[in-house]
Design a protein around this ligand. Structure first.
Ligand code: ATP
Ligand code: MG
Length: 249
């Protein structure tokens, strides 16, 4: 089994007024090929920050990220972009589709960057799979939030990434569409061996992944193996009771 992601003492600090604010504090973990993990924790605990650093979109204040064998700290921005295009799929919490491109063009871009000849056909197949065969020529502004989210997922899938990061991948979807998207994510994991890193407030989704990493105020509070850890049910139960009274954290 090969190591896909190695994160070592990752710290991110922002300057704020007179002092500095540490939003991620010495977080370390490793993921192997085919692993599935959810990152959970309250709003503002550093989940999106961690995802951006792990995918090489942002640079840490200190600590190390090794992504598919590439030490991201020693790379230029262009080199990091190359590693991302080759190995990473990323679904942003706010989608970040290119507004001047249609849904089909948005999904096609990462495959065209690799010079793939069948980019358009593959993008059409993926958009059909996420239920958007009749929206391919729409621009992002002409799509609902859930439709934009599905375009973003199709874009993240197109290069069959080694690792896929998704920030609240079902956050804007009704439960049927959400279930369908979750099935697609796990199908990608099973068929292509893609490592999944999902930020979610949905504990049912979190329980489907092999591991659950919990952040609290920027620190890694716990790491549970969902398949073997008997604490999982009680932890999920207590969270459901204490935090919101629903199945969301
Ligand atoms: N550019 C920035 N400058 C200063 N502080 C920032 C910046 N970006 C994020 N933060 C702070 O970092 C903390 C963590 O933010 P982050 O977006 O990672 O949280 P999160 O766990 O993803 O929350 P949510 O569940 O609401 O999406 C927040 O307190 C936020 O205010
Ligand atoms: Mg977030």
């Amino acid at each position: 089994m090969s190591k896909v992601l190695e994160i070592d003492k990752l710290t991110r600090t922002y300057k704020s007024g007179s002092g500095s604010l540490t939003v991620l504090d010495s977080v370390s973990f490793e993921l192997m090929r085919g692993d599935t993990v959810s990152i959970v924790g309250p709003s503002g605990s550093g989940k999106t920050t961690l995802l951006g650093l792990a995918a090489g979109l942002d640079a840490p204040s200190s600590g190390r990220v090794v992504l598919c064998g590439h030490d991201m700290g020693s790379k230029t921005e262009d080199e990091r972009a190359y590693v991302r295009n080759r190995h990473v799929g990323f679904v942003f919490q706010s989608f970040r589709l290119i507004p001047t491109l249609t849904a089909l063009e948005n999904v096609t871009v990462p495959a065209e960057l690799q010079g793939r000849k069948n980019a358009t056909e593959e993008a059409m197949r993926l958009l059909t799979e996420v239920g958007l065969s009749d929206r391919m020529d729409h621009y992002p502004a002409e799509l609902s939030g859930g439709e934009q989210q599905r375009v973003a997922l199709a874009r993240a899938f197109i290069n069959q990434p080694d690792i896929l990061f998704a920030d609240e991948p079902t956050g804007n979807l009704d439960s049927d569409t959400g279930d369908h998207i979750v099935n697609l994510l796990f199908k990608l994991n099973e068929t292509a061996g893609t490592t999944l890193v999902l930020v979610t407030h949905d504990l049912e989704l979190a329980a489907k992944t092999g591991r659950i990493i919990r952040l609290k105020r920027g620190k890694l509070e716990s790491q549970l193996d969902s398949r073997t850890d008997s604490q999982l049910d009680s932890q999920l139960d207590s969270e459901t009771d204490s935090e919101t009274g629903s199945s969301h954290v």
